[in-house]
Every structure is written in C-alpha cells, then in structure tokens.
Design a protein around this ligand. Structure first.
Ligand code: FMN
Length: 218
C-alpha cells in the first residue's frame, strides 16, 4: 500500500512508499516530509457536483484526499518576505501572506521556524513584503529554495531599495509593504506573524504571480 507525504515547508503532497529526495516545489529534503495517510481505494465522499458551465464532474474521493484537495482550491499569491537585523539582510519566498484588516491595515504571514528569515523577523520585530508579478520566477528560485544561512541572497540583485523601515525590498515588483510585528501565533512548525502595516508602495500595474500560475509555468 502506498502513502501520502506532506511537505511541512510548502504543503506539497507526494504519493509513494517513501518521501521524495527533494521537494519539487520548495526544494527541502525528505526529513521535512510528514506521512499523512495510506492511500485507500475507499471512495466515501458522496458530495459530487453536477457539472455547470466551466466545471467538470469530480470523481468521488476518500475523506482524507478530499481535505487535501479542497485545500488546493484556496488561492494564494507569491511574495518575497524580507527582514533586516543588525546589518544583515535576508528574504524568503512565501505564499502565506494575506490581509487581515484594511482599517487598521494589518497583514499576516506564516513562516517556518527553521527559516533564517524567521530568526531575523523575531529579532527585529519587522518584515517587508515584495508582491511578485508573473515574471518573478527567478525570485522564487533564488529566495525559495536556499537558506540565507548559507548564501547572501541579496548580494547579486542590483534592483533593490531600502524601505522606510530599513528593510531591503525588490524594485521589479507590483507593490511593497512594510510591517511591524504586533502579534504571533505558534502554529507548530510555523509562526503566524501579525503585522501592522507602516508603509506601502505601488510600483507596477501588472498581474500578480499566484501560486497556481507559478506551478503551471515553472
Ligand atoms: C512557492 C514557494 C512557497 C513557499 N511558501 C512558504 C511559506 O508560505 N512559508 C514558509 O515558511 N516557507 C515557504 N517556502 C519555503 C521558503 O521560501 C524556503 O524554505 C526558504 O529557503 C527559506 O529561506 P531562509 O532560511 O533564508 O529564510 C516556500 C517556497 C516556495 C518555493
């Protein structure tokens, strides 16, 4: 019997007897995979919809698969979350960034506790967000698959500027946001940082990079 494995960093689901050597989405190794279920032949989800315009019939699936697949239906953007502390700059790719309230302007990000960016955000109490456009694949590759503990990710990028907070932000993006951490929720492997937005800049009129678009075009 085969099993399903979930990447604890980016949520990618792998099916097989063992976890993959490398996560094809975020590049982490097998140690970051958690076994989530045996693949069963049982089809007990009865909530199959009749097709409507632009939709197709969904095959019946078991409960666990339905949970995983339903989470894939949630849309995300892709962002470079950056931080600055004690003369050090770093950033990482993240899809978990979303507005909580517009008034007051507050956003949240979900960051893995092992990430160097997590360390810098915790130390500085601030983070920056660069909103990627649909040409941002190179930024995902640079910031999403390697840790700032081993390389200086910003070293070879000429198109950056410091925001009001002193955090490095990308120039070639749709918008940038700078926030101060006003709350934290321990989510197990990740911390959910709640940020009060202190500055924002719109830099381009362009289509944002969604997680779905990235997966379809990478
Ligand atoms: C498409 C994509 C989405 C990701 N989303 C997240 C995320 O939401 N939260 C997170 O902590 N890591 C996420 N990651 C993984 C981090 O970007 C990755 O672990 C990074 O190397 C951490 O770098 P750091 O150690 O320099 O902070 C994502 C990676 C990719 C490629």
């Amino acid at each position: 019997m085969s099993a399903k494995w979930k990447c604890l960093v980016c949520g990618y689901i792998h099916e097989g007897e063992n976890p993959p050597e490398v996560c094809p989405i975020c590049g982490v190794g097998p140690e970051q995979f958690e076994r989530i279920q045996e693949v069963s032949e049982q089809k007990d989800n009865k909530a199959v919809q009749e097709p409507k315009d632009g939709t197709s019939v969904v095959e019946p699936m078991d409960r666990e698969t339905a949970i995983i697949q339903s989470l894939y239906a949630i849309s995300y953007g892709l962002y470079i979350i950056s931080a600055h502390h004690d003369g050090v700059d770093n950033g990482q790719c993240a899809n978990t960034c979303f507005q909580i309230t517009a008034e007051p302007p507050r956003i949240a990000i979900g960051i893995n506790k092992n990430n160097y960016t997590h360390e810098l955000i915790t130390q500085s109490g601030k983070f920056g967000v660069s909103v990627l456009n649909q040409q941002g694949h190179d930024y995902v590759r640079l910031f999403g698959f390697r840790s700032g503990r081993n390389i200086e990710k910003f070293a070879d990028i000429p198109n950056v500027h410091r925001g009001e907070s002193g955090i490095l932000l990308l120039d070639d993006v749709i918008a940038t946001v700078e926030a101060e951490v006003i709350g934290e929720l321990d989510a197990g492997t990740h911390t959910l940082f709640l940020g009060e937005v202190k500055a924002g800049e719109v830099r381009q009129k362009a289509e944002p990079m969604t997680y779905a678009y990235y997966r379809a075009t990478k």
